[in-house]
Design a protein around this ligand. Structure first.
Ligand code: BG6
Ligand code: MG
Length: 220
């Protein structure tokens, strides 16, 4: 059977979630706003625009449209600084093993990320050619938990949503996969990602037998 395995990028393939966090934290503190790690979980998977809107809401701050645009580009410049230094050593454990396993089983592989920097990052870590299709923040108009990003991926691979499996580290992304009627696999903390169909700490826990089961299973 042929399934589509859709991977989120930040926090799933590479540990860029820490760089997003650093850059947002610096921006927030320049505005006199602080936010907790629980609030940071709500920023994961969420678009750049929506993230800044949330931070401003938490700080009860209203700013002009120009200021908003300026802050978004400042945040991205700091983030680009961090990712400019990335290489293959920042790929999260066992991600290449799972990708190669899926390729050896002739399964379809897509990227489904909210980031507009996804292609740059995949190039930097040398994983771009593992993906048959890339859907990222430049291709979608609706932020996760809207399922748009994953539905476009499924459509581009010509595989129906029930035959798709999504790997995600964010609450918004798990919700998006569930809304799309895809199998959701949380990568990270089980307490945070409890809405997922399956949860693993990281890819080292994902064995070949489990992949074989997924290839045979359909979302019900
Ligand atoms: C998601 C991240 O993958 O992409 C979010 O989890 C981030 O933290 C979003 O805000 C948008 O990324 P970028 O690179 O376009 O600012
Ligand atoms: Mg993520």
């Amino acid at each position: 059977m042929k399934k589509a395995f859709i991977f989120d990028l930040d926090g799933v393939i590479v540990d860029t979630a820490k760089y997003h966090f650093l850059a947002w934290q610096n921006l927030a503190s320049s505005l006199g706003i602080s936010f907790s790690s629980a609030q940071n979980e709500q920023l994961k998977g969420v678009s750049r625009i929506r993230s800044l809107e949330k931070i401003l809401e938490w700080g009860n701050k209203t700013i002009s449209e120009e200021e908003f645009t300026r802050l978004m580009s400042e945040k991205n410049e700091e983030y680009l600084e961090y990712i400019s230094k990335m290489d293959a050593t920042e790929i999260l454990p066992d991600v290449p093993r799972v990708l190669d396993l899926l390729i050896s089983k002739e399964q379809a592989i897509a990227l489904g990320s909210a980031s507009k920097n996804a292609r740059v990052i995949l190039d930097k870590v040398g994983l771009r050619d593992k993906f048959q299709t890339i859907v990222d923040g430049t291709n979608v108009s609706k932020a996760k938990p809207d399922p748009e990003v994953f539905l476009i991926g499924a459509q581009e691979l010509d595989i129906s949503p029930e035959d798709c499996i999504v790997f995600e580290d964010s609450v918004a992304g798990i919700q998006a996969a569930n809304i799309a009627n895809m199998i959701s696999i949380g990568i990270g903390d089980a307490k945070v990602l409890h809405e997922a169909d399956y949860i693993f700490k990281d890819f080292t826990e994902i064995k070949e037998e489990f992949i074989n089961t997924l290839v045979k299973t359909q979302k019900v």
